[in-house]
Design a protein around this ligand. Sequence first.
Ligand SMILES: Nc1ncnc2c1ncn2[C@@H]1O[C@H](COP(=O)(O)OP(=O)(O)O)[C@@H](O)[C@H]1O
Ligand SMILES: [Mg+2]
Length: 325
Amino acid sequence: MTASKHLIALLKSHIARDDDQFLSIAMQAAAHEARKGHGQVAQQLRALVDQARSGKVERARRPVPIAQPKGDLAALVSVSFSETRLASMALTDELELRLKRVLTEQRQQHKLVERGLQPRRKLLLVGPPGSGKTMTAGALAGELHLPLFTVVFDTLITRFMGETASKLRIIFDAMAETRGVYFFDEFDAIGSRRSERNDVGEIRRVLNSFLQFLEKDDSDSLIIAATNHVELLDPALFRRFDDVIQYGLPDEGVTLKILQSRLVGFEADKLDWGKAVELTAGLSQAEISRAADEAAKRAILADRSNVTDEDLSVSIQERGSAAHR
Ligand SMILES: Nc1ncnc2c1ncn2[C@@H]1O[C@H](COP(=O)(O)OP(=O)(O)O)[C@@H](O)[C@H]1O
Ligand SMILES: [Mg+2]
């Protein structure tokens, strides 16, 4: 790849605020310089990337973590500051519209509130594993510059389920106190209609108190629940959310976008993208990203600046058989 192609790829990843992609393109540029015999430049580039990756360089624009959870809350949620943006997700038009609507309503909530209306902020994301639900929670938090609080189910749901309701209260109190994105991943753990365990009564109580808290909540935090098992969810749940957003396997457009964005730093003029897309049939967004990264690794380790049809087809088939084993 030429220096100018690297520059374009760097800019694209900067605009998408994709730091990982940015640094991996910088590494590719370093490899490129090394191949041209520019050892010193290559070394300098690598040292800078290493420094950035190890976090030694102060990142000026990173938000100050004012929201470190304290006390009981600390064990119940883990906080992070996401730098993911919607632009780094490959989405169908419909999904993109729905997520952008959430952002627009959040960003202009004062207009709605003035007229007695509420922005959407209680979202249920449903769909198969690897389709981008967790990434969405990160992207919404990143776009809105809000801390992302992920609920840790292991400590929320203990053997002593009676405690769970009071733990839920701590989380819902925090929502009112600290505006953020509160993410209940693998929500079927409490949203289940039935339970194989013999403490069905307890699960039911937990679900009921969750529903009550959710209904009462009038904070300005976002509450996002995600599940791979929509069929397990209690029907009573659906109408308590402002939006139920459906995820699915990627269509061809989404697949192509994922492959191309993961391989943006490589020469790919001769690649048969159509063929690669065909081979990914049945794979999730997560598996396709992984396959593209594997193809990139093959190229890098063979000191090539181009990814070949074979790199891609081998990696996709490997992913495919891992997925369907
Ligand atoms: N729509 C998407 N666009 C780009 N990458 C995606 C998308 N969906 C998933 N991925 C990739 O797959 C990884 C895992 O996806 P994740 O959000 O954890 O899926 P889920 O929560 O639905 O199981 C993400 O970190 C990302 O690298
Ligand atoms: Mg997930």
